[in-house]
Design a protein around this ligand. Structure first.
Ligand code: MTE
Ligand code: MO
Length: 195
């Protein structure tokens, strides 16, 4: 059991929990780039490995700290030749949930995650592969990642089209810290690092 399930971290699934075979899974990458690429899990696991201690913080009022295992976005994207017009990135799940992030917002702590503290990423938490964007609201951290598209103009996304901000910037307020089950104030404006 991963720390996420031990802590009873909420499971959000706008589209239901898909069943994905990790053996045949391919992450598709396309759009304003040279060619079209797909990556198997072993392909991703050959890239530089990172364990990142970071929080996932939901606009719905909770935040969880864990050690996330995977490849940093900056290491992953080195494998792709982007066209200069590529300015936005849309992440889409197997079930069609999507979210968009400007390319320049994908900072050095964004990662593609397949495990949590050495435990495989469980299905309900986005396994086999999810995105983690610690400095933006959790709806940017697309679970069950199926494809990544590079494009020029800003678009919406599943929650962005239902009233949440396109920027996803974490706002000041109170949050339930899942690790300690206490309500804590957050200053917002970036990753929650105060606890
Ligand atoms: N595919 C997909 N990814 C998703 C969601 C979703 O419904 N479907 N919910 C998002 C929201 S709102 C949050 S807060 C986090 C929650 O992650 P968790 O379910 O692993 O706790 O996943 C995000 N990624
Ligand atoms: Mo969320």
């Amino acid at each position: 059991m991963s720390i996420l399930s031990q802590l009873d971290t909420p499971v959000f699934k706008a589209e239901g929990i898909p069943k994905i075979d990790p053996q045949t899974f391919r992450l598709k990458v396309w759009g304003l780039m040279e060619g079209e690429r797909d990556f198997s899990l072993p392909d991703l696991k050959q890239m530089p490995f990172t364990r990142l201690d970071a929080r996932l913080t939901s606009v719905s009022g909770w935040s969880v700290r864990a050690k996330w295992d995977g490849v940093l976005w900056q290491d992953f994207v080195k494998n792709i030749n982007l066209m200069p017009q590529a300015k936005y990135v849309t992440f889409t799940s197997v079930g069609g949930y999507d979210t968009g992030i400007p390319l320049h917002e994908l900072n050095e702590r964004v990662m593609l995650v397949w495990a949590v503290d050495g435990e495989p990423l469980e299905r309900q938490y986005g396994g086999p592969l999810r995105l983690l964007v610690p400095h933006l609201w959790g709806y940017k951290s697309c679970k069950w990642l199926n494809d990544i598209e590079f494009h020029q103009e800003e678009r919406g996304g599943f929650w962005e089209d239902r009233g949440y901000t396109r920027s996803g910037i974490i706002e000041p307020g109170m949050t339930l810290d899942i690790n300690t089950r206490t309500e804590r104030p957050i200053k917002g404006g970036g990753e929650v690092t105060e606890f």
